[in-house]
Design a binder for this molecule. Structure first.
Ligand SMILES: [Zn+2]
Length: 126
């Protein structure tokens, strides 16, 4: 008589362990995505967008989402992701380059961006 009971307990426990991550994930995702909107942090947005894309792909795969909805939602998410990915490296890379060096239009010597005159030939740079 103990055998079936033990099997049943193990069965319930294994189901609990399988379901638990999904339950915890759902509880954790909802407040986090609200925070993403308020913080509007690029890194967090990127992570949450990638998560949403994966979720949409998964839902399409198991048949929850219709083909047209899947295409529309994924396109929207990809555009959002492209925006986030574009704004991030450009703003990080463009600033140091333009701030460091200029080239004198007269003698092609390197001059500092803030300089008014070329240190090599004295041409006005303004
Ligand atoms: Zn010069």
């Amino acid at each position: 008589m103990i055998g079936p009971v033990l099997l049943f307990v193990l069965f319930v426990l294994s189901i609990f362990y399988v379901i638990q991550p999904f339950v915890n994930d759902n509880l954790a995702v909802d407040p986090a995505s609200d925070n993403d909107d308020r913080l509007s942090s690029d890194a967090l947005n990127k992570v949450s967008l990638l998560k949403q894309i994966r979720e949409v792909e998964f839902e399409k795969e198991i048949g929850i989402t219709a083909e047209e909805d899947y295409v529309r939602i994924k396109n929207e998410l990809m555009q959002e992701a492209a925006k986030v990915i574009k704004t991030e490296p450009v703003s990080a890379q463009a600033k140091p380059k333009t701030a460091k060096l200029q080239i004198c239009p007269s003698c092609s010597a390197s001059v500092k961006a803030g300089d008014k005159f070329c240190g090599s030939c004295g041409t006005s740079l303004s």
